[in-house]
Design a protein around this ligand. Structure first.
Ligand SMILES: [Fe+2]
Ligand SMILES: [Fe+2]
Length: 187
């Protein structure tokens, strides 16, 4: 059992849920109805996606790629570049909300949704399995514990659970209570 990459994939589930809800807003053009819920969604992209999840990958998992694994190192470099692009989308969404500019919001929500869906697939289908293959299994638990401690100190012990609850609340608010809707990657 690879604890650390499993936990990162669990984060992806929470992130995908919020991306699906944001995508629903652009598809149905329900910006005005959901205007008051959007600042929290933008904050989620900054705090959960960028600082917490991408921070955890960049600080703990990616540096563990062995120097001899050239292809994996290259893939990691690409993923880090993609993290910067995701942050740029999140910044633009924040600005779009401030100015209430729907063209900017549409472009950047569509942008971040497509970008992150692809990024998550690349991690789950290619990069995480590769890490699981090359990493010493003995280092998995210590890496998990160290990252938990680090993130808890910075974000609080209940952060992940709070964000999961937020994703459910946002979905109920935008898509209606009890709606079960799966993204393009399935349940
Ligand atoms: Fe990533
Ligand atoms: Fe990720």
């Amino acid at each position: 059992m690879q604890i650390f990459t499993t936990l990162l994939s669990y984060d992806h589930g929470i992130l995908r849920q919020v991306l699906d809800v944001m995508s629903d807003i652009t598809e149905n053009d329900t910006w005005e109805q959901n205007r008051d819920a959007l600042p929290d969604a933008a904050d989620f992209l900054q705090r959960f996606m960028d600082q917490y999840h991408h921070g955890k990958e960049e600080r703990f998992l990616f540096p563990a790629a062995p120097a001899s694994e050239k292809r994996l190192k290259e893939q990691v470099d690409e993923l880090v570049t993609e993290h910067r692009q995701a942050k740029a989308y999140a910044d633009a969404i924040g600005k779009g909300l401030e100015d209430w500019d729907l063209d900017i919001l549409r472009d950047n929500v569509n942008g971040v949704v497509a970008h992150m869906r692809k990024h998550i697939l690349e991690e789950e289908n290619n990069v995480f399995p590769e890490f699981n293959r090359v990493l010493d299994p003995e280092k998995d638990m210590p890496m998990y514990e160290e990252s938990q401690k680090f993130m808890e100190e910075r974000f609080g012990a209940s952060f992940q659970a709070d964000m999961e609850e937020f994703a459910n609340r946002l979905q109920d608010r935008v898509m209606g209570k009890g709606v079960i809707k799966y993204g393009p990657m399935g349940p």
